[in-house]
Design a protein around this ligand. Structure first.
Ligand SMILES: [Zn+2]
Ligand SMILES: [Zn+2]
Length: 170
């Protein structure tokens, strides 16, 4: 979906649609899209600057980086972006505004599909975890600890026992 900058009307442009993306386009290697990416965008033109306010929604399957189990991750992300013409790309450093992310458009066109794909990739966690306290895989039996099949005796982290250890050392 390519938008010609010239054709964005004064009153702005509203886009509300689904995008079919390929799993291979996702930065997270093992990620699988479980739904099309739904995007709602408002484009406004001020001179040559294009302001994009948008939100994206989808569900992705990730592999937990600790227990290696697949889990569903809900993407509900909002963003405010400014796209500037390519002529300004060279003075990018001088334009940096902390509140806004600056992007550039080329040949007077905006590729909406690329924009939403980029925002989707930015919404991903650095290290996918099925839950923040995922205990991963047992180093003794190799089973996923949260599934409860592991019966191995591991080092206890009971805080009362920790105190006892200090006591014994004395
Ligand atoms: Zn996990
Ligand atoms: Zn175990």
């Amino acid at each position: 979906m390519i938008i010609d900058i010239e054709r964005i009307p004064e009153e702005g442009l509203h886009i509300d649609r689904d995008f079919e993306l390929e799993n291979s386009e996702l930065v997270e290697e093992e990620a699988i899209l479980l739904e099309p990416l739904h995007a709602e965008l408002d484009l406004r033109k001020k001179g040559e600057e294009i302001y994009i306010k948008g939100k994206i929604h989808t569900v992705v399957s990730f592999i937990c980086s600790r227990c290696l189990s697949p889990f569903e991750f809900l993407v509900d992300s909002e963003f405010d972006l400014v796209y500037l013409p390519e002529e300004l790309f060279e003075i990018k450093e001088e334009l940096t505004d902390d509140d806004l992310d600056l992007f550039f458009y080329f040949q007077n066109q905006l590729n909406i599909r690329e924009i939403v794909l980029e925002q989707l990739n930015l919404s991903f966690p650095m290290k996918p975890l099925c839950s923040p306290d995922c205990q991963g895989i047992c180093p003794i039996c190799g089973q996923v600890i949260k599934e409860g099949n592991c019966r191995c005796v591991r080092e206890s982290t009971d805080p009362r026992l920790e105190k006892l250890k200090i006591f014994i050392k004395r």
